[in-house]
Design a protein around this ligand. Sequence first.
Ligand SMILES: Nc1ncnc2c1ncn2[C@@H]1O[C@H](COP(=O)(O)OP(=O)(O)O)[C@@H](O)[C@H]1O
Ligand SMILES: [Mg+2]
Length: 276
Amino acid sequence: MLPEEEEQREPEFPEEKGHKAMARADRRLSKHERESRLLVKRSEDYQVFDDVFDVPTLMVVNDLIDDGVVRHVKGSLAAGKESKVYIAVAPDGSLRILKIYLTVSAEFKKRMQYIAGDPRFSDIKKGSRSLITMWARKEFKNMQAAHTSGVNVPFPIAVRKNVLVMEFVGDSEGKPAPALINAEVTSDDYKQVIEQVTILYQKARLVHADLSEYNIFKADRVIMLFDFGSAVDVRHPNSKQFLVRDVMNVNRFFEKRGIEVLDAAQAVEKIKGENK
Ligand SMILES: Nc1ncnc2c1ncn2[C@@H]1O[C@H](COP(=O)(O)OP(=O)(O)O)[C@@H](O)[C@H]1O
Ligand SMILES: [Mg+2]
């Protein structure tokens, strides 16, 4: 680790402390610029970040490299509304995903309702942690709960500030597994999706809440759920509504592909374990 970085170990996101932080950030700007140039110089791998990242994010990635979680960042994979997804190489040569939350979009704020009603997050005081950091942690915790309960998900490796590190799902060349939208699907895939959602509900006690053909991988015939940022505890007041929506999204997709699906209400009962 570079000597100058020590005092920068806990970078703040401006929204954490509002204007004061902005003013401080302003004062530090030239220092930051020097440092980020240093980072870029230190490794060509930082080049992939270009102008995408703010300095605090670069610092987090740098810490992950120092701690041996990743060796270097290989390239960018996807850019969503709130986050960007990168492929990184681990010290042992295996591939990892960095999901980096960068902004708080209107959509994101709307989704705060998901956290607001979730008893696991009831102790979080407004402003005690940046929303972005909270969201990354929430996705990580959801993935851990799902994985521990036996749901097929990318293995969650680490979360630091706004950066979530997980197992890469795809081939050794770095080609990600196709999501259902880009895959040939069968009735077995539908059966697997319902099974996975059932384990998620009954064992992990979670509802995905953003389930669709875009957030389900088909990796070597195995169905895997991902993108857990919106998942909620089954005790969330809207969890039933989210589960119904998830099932309807999945049903609509498989029906469009000519595959016979369960009646949505029956599927929901089956998932909740209320059928006989
Ligand atoms: N673990 C992973 N392995 C391989 N590719 C991934 C992984 N996680 C995400 N991706 C890729 O990044 C895209 C966006 O990831 P996702 O978690 O769905 O973010 P968003 O919230 O932006 O939808 C996915 O559609 C997929 O192509
Ligand atoms: Mg997604």
